[in-house]
Design a protein around this ligand. Structure first.
Ligand SMILES: C[S@@+](CC[C@H](N)C(=O)[O-])C[C@H]1O[C@@H](n2cnc3c(N)ncnc32)[C@H](O)[C@@H]1O
Length: 119
């Protein structure tokens, strides 16, 4: 689950679908500007799918319900938390965000930020 950064050369779905054309990717962000960019940037390859969920990642029930439009959550998923954990005030909130989307066995999570509460 990662918002879009238009300053980078390739977004997550472009990288994933270059390797696996059938890859299905869902982005999540609560910023309306990111949502507006998503409409123009999220162009999936013909064999895969992309979607954008405009929500707070801490609203895990909503995120999972909307992600299920695109993802089969009974199968393993990779959760990418790029630059997001530092925005979550407590470890308890982060625990829910990182664990519940990974209910299927062999799911993975990666994060690229160090929140203040982790030190
Ligand atoms: C540092 S930027 C990361 C941008 C991009 N993922 C990257 O790695 O370059 C943080 C993003 O997280 C979003 N964000 C922060 N807190 C959030 C929350 N609770 N729910 C959803 N999105 C959030 C912000 O709107 C912003 O787009």
């Amino acid at each position: 689950m990662s918002p879009i950064d238009e300053t980078t050369a390739n977004n997550t779905h472009e990288v994933a679908q270059a390797v696996t054309p059938t890859a299905r990717i869902v982005y999540v962000d609560y910023d309306p500007l990111v949502q507006a960019h998503a409409r123009t940037l999220l162009t999936s390859g013909p064999d895969g799918a992309t979607d954008f969920v405009h929500a707070d990642v801490r609203d895990v029930d909503r995120v999972l319900a909307e992600a299920a439009r695109t993802l089969d959550l009974d199968r393993p998923v990779a959760v990418i938390l790029s630059g997001i954990l530092a925005h979550l005030p407590t470890a308890e909130e982060a625990r829910d965000v990182t664990r519940r989307p990974r209910s299927a066995p062999t799911s993975t999570v990666s994060s690229s930020s160090s929140p203040a509460w982790s030190t």
